[in-house]
Design a protein around this ligand. Structure first.
Ligand code: AMP
Ligand code: ZN
Ligand code: FE
Ligand code: FE
Length: 292
């Protein structure tokens, strides 16, 4: 079969333009990919158009930045610092794309606000960046700006050597230029996906330390777990495969391809679903689309 359910384009923090991504998928011998940019579906139409040309099925998707509330401790109030970041992958029918127009505009605004606050913090920390250095001189208005764009600019300015260093010194969670911003929680994000008759999947649970949250996420509405991911070791993969099965969730996977610059993810098609795993995904997607 050859199905990769997690890929990024230049519309978020990937290195390949939407059409380039689909052509690369064809070269990698993939029959189908899901395009899952951070908080935006602006790449999907172009990707589907190119997919028709080169014979790759493009499934509309998105990777929603969300979070999971901490467990309420039996004694005392919940500690908000125990909130966990959640990347929620969603897959849906192309007919639903238009319904995300308003939502993604609002998300883009929230990300632009966060960018301004990150730049203020960085300036105060002695590593000032011009906004145009991050967004480019003529920013694409469709683009979803994230921390990797800031990290790239910090490297370009010579403040550090690698994007990883930029995250370790300034941008990672708990580092001095990390800025929290309003995001939907898991229930809200799953409800949005349900309103699109789509399928919600918890992305890379091993990266986000979500072992202890999967049951809550199932109750919030996820249908699957991204078991197969380049940053999951064989042991982590086996553990989440078993966890998904015992919770009645499907196992999915994808390369989380971001292109040349190695920050997260692997090469295109480095994770490819085949046979029963791919079939279970398409069945679940069809079931979600037919939900009342
Ligand atoms: P954002 O959407 O702005 O929160 O950025 C999230 C993206 O940043 C992830 O999808 C990764 O591509 C990248 N990223 C997150 N943590 C790191 C890290 N420690 N080093 C390099 N890249 C990272
Ligand atoms: Zn990313
Ligand atoms: Fe992610
Ligand atoms: Fe991703």
């Amino acid at each position: 079969m050859g199905l990769d359910l997690h890929t990024h384009t230049t519309i978020s923090d990937g290195a390949l333009e939407p059409r380039e991504l689909v052509r690369a998928a064809a070269r990698a011998g993939l029959e189908a990919i899901a395009v899952t940019d951070h908080d935006t579906v602006e790449a999907i139409e172009e990707c589907r158009d190119e997919g028709q040309r080169v014979g790759v099925r493009v499934i509309p998707g998105i990777e929603i930045s969300s979070y999971v509330h901490p467990e309420a401790a039996p004694e005392g109030p919940v500690d908000p610092s125990r909130e966990k970041n959640l990347h929620l992958l969603a897959y849906f029918d192309p007919g639903q794309l238009g319904r995300l127009r308003e939502w993604q505009l609002e998300r883009r605004r929230a990300r632009e606000d966060r960018l301004d606050r990150m730049l203020e913090r960085l300036a105060a920390l002695g590593v000032p960046l011009a906004r145009a250095q991050v967004t480019g001189p003529a920013p694409d208005p469709r683009r979803s700006i994230g921390r990797p764009h800031v990290a790239r600019a910090l490297v370009e300015r010579g403040y550090c050597e690698t994007q990883r260093q930029a995250f370790d010194r300034w941008l990672g969670q708990g580092r001095p230029a990390y800025v929290d911003y309003p995001r939907p929680d898991a229930r809200e994000a799953c409800a949005l996906v349900r309103s699109l008759r789509g399928l919600s999947v918890c992305a890379h649970p091993g990266l986000d330390d979500l072992d202890g949250s999967l049951e809550r996420l199932r109750d919030a509405g996820i249908a699957g777990v991204e078991v197969y991911h380049p940053d999951h070791s064989p042991e982590v993969t086996a553990r989440f495969r078993a966890r998904a099965e015992s919770l009645g969730l499907i196992a999915t996977g994808g390369s989380d391809y971001h292109g040349g610059q190695k920050n997260e993810g692997g090469s295109l098609g480095s994770v490819r679903l085949e046979g029963a795993v791919a079939a279970a995904f398409f069945q679940a997607l069809a079931r979600a689309a037919a939900a009342p």
